[in-house]
Design a binder for this molecule. Structure first.
Ligand SMILES: [Zn+2]
Length: 471
């Protein structure tokens, strides 16, 4: 959808009318045309954060902003408001109002301001004109709407007239109810990283260890920064078409959480069919992709390695079951987590997680328009993504020794970045690198080809599996 807004720009000692067109099309990227002003190019960074503050979100779309006429004017940060409104309207989050005029700078807390307070008021007009209250202009028309916050802006758009502070109901966000949930400390860390960075996760463990609860917790947590986020849990007998085809589960999940339980029950062809759509997660031009959480039992009966219940599967059957997950398939996941009945558990500290999540998401959005570090484009690693020399050395050494492909390294780098964001660090430290590596699926694999997940190998050891009884 394409929407147009009007604004004013001060140039050559007078006000000029400027049209701002915003298009939201499939994809995930941000483009700006019709200006060479570098200030205005920083607008998405401020807007991301401001949208979150009012419970709106940056849409999982390809956003193109175009200015008419295209002149070499300094547009400045007062374009924030028309761009933000254009993004919200083009993505259907607020209703479109034709002929709306808006100007103002947004800060990260969604306050509307404007720096050039000594300018005269722009020419009067009959339509709605939203401008910062700090401009202190005498309203020149009945629909002139001075505002303090983005919440007030949205109220003006909703009602079609100026609003008083008391009328502003504010946030679109609804506060979710937090369930009582107990997880191991490592799983709580993983929960934060997965939700904060949108890192695809692979969960491994017997029935009843909390794989589904983990996936739902990720969704709930992520909903704190992305309201109305879809959660899709297709049955394991879905065909590849039902999963990844047009209007399939991937499509239905949008940018939400897609929980693929019982991966071990899916035919290999289906599993391999998931690789491509999961790959597109960090391609800038790709369609919006869901955050995929995959889960599997350790064996067909589910109880291999269980403390009290006896596994009834033969060794062969177990290795056939586990071999279904090829290295390239597991490579699609950034975080692998073993859950066990034996885990020491703690109550999930929701308040703390939400606090850290908001901070981490703000950090990520200040670096680029991609949706979470999980989708951070490779080229942005080269820019200043804040990796310390220690962190890079740790990851490169691990990568060299592991014999894994570049994809594994890139995933670990993305997860390490999220760990730093999560812990409110600008720099990625060696600790973040180690943490990321400890969550990599390769920790559970070995170079052996005969029985890659067999009991004598690291995967099974890491999982605390015991040798199945011979049958
Ligand atoms: Zn079994």
């Amino acid at each position: 959808m394409v929407v147009s807004l009007l604004t004013w720009v001060w140039a050559e000692a007078r006000w000029h009318e400027l049209r701002v067109d915003v298009a939201a099309t499939p994809g995930f990227s941000f483009h700006m045309v019709g200006t060479r002003d570098s200030t205005v190019r920083e607008a998405p960074n401020r807007i991301h954060s401001a949208l979150l503050e009012v419970g709106a979100k940056w849409p999982g779309k390809r956003i193109t902003v175009s200015f008419h006429p295209s002149r070499p004017w300094q547009l400045g940060s007062s374009m924030d408001l028309p761009i933000a409104l254009g993004v919200l309207m083009a993505s259907g989050q607020v209703p479109f109002r034709d002929g709306l005029r808006a100007m103002g700078t947004l800060d990260l807390k969604a306050l509307v301001s404007w720096v050039d307070v000594d300018r005269p008021a722009p020419p009067a007009d009959a339509g709605i004109f939203i401008y910062p209250i700090t401009a202190a202009w005498k309203p020149q028309g009945a629909l002139w709407s001075p505002v303090k916050t983005l919440a007030e802006v949205l109220a003006v758009v909703r009602t079609g007239r100026p609003v008083e502070g008391a009328e502003v109901s504010g946030r679109l966000r609804t506060t979710p109810k937090w369930p009582s949930l107990e997880l191991s400390p490592k799983a709580v860390t993983a929960l934060g990283l997965v939700a904060a960075g949108r890192h695809p996760a692979f969960l491994y463990g017997a029935p009843g260890v909390g794989k589904t609860e983990f996936a739902r917790a990720v969704h709930l947590l992520r909903s704190a920064v992305e309201p109305n986020l879809p959660y899709v849990e297709p049955p394991s007998n879905f065909t590849p078409v039902q999963l990844v085809g047009a209007k399939g589960a991937f499509w239905a999940a949008g940018t939400g959480v897609l929980f693929l339980d019982e991966l071990g029950e899916m035919p290999v062809r289906t599993l391999e069919g998931l690789r491509k759509p999961m790959e597109s997660l960090w391609s800038r031009e790709s369609l919006p992709s869901p955050l995929v959480i995959g889960a599997t039992n350790p064996c067909p009966c589910g109880f291999s390695g269980h403390d009290h219940l006896k596994c009834t599967c033969s060794a062969n059957r177990i290795s056939r079951y586990q071999e279904r997950f090829s290295a390239p398939f597991l490579d699609r996941f950034h975080i692998a987590l073993a859950l066990s009945m034996r885990d020491e558990r703690m109550a999930v500290p929701w308040d703390e997680l939400v606090f850290k999540l908001r901070h981490a998401v703000d950090q990520q959005r200040s670096r680029g328009p991609w949706n979470g570090n999980g989708a951070m484009p490779i080229e942005s690693f080269a820019l200043d993504a804040g990796y310390s020399r220690d962190a890079l050395e740790t990851m490169h050494n691990w990568h060299k020794k592991s014999g894994l492909g570049l994809r594994a390294l890139h995933h670990a780098m993305r997860v390490a970045r999220t760990s730093a964001d999560w812990n409110q660090r600008t720099r990625v430290t060696a600790h973040d690198a180690w943490l990321a590596i400890s969550f990599h699926a390769s920790q559970f694999r070995t170079t052996s080809t005969s029985d890659p997940w067999g009991p004598e190998h690291s995967w099974s050891k890491a999982m605390g599996l015991r040798s199945p009884e011979p049958q």
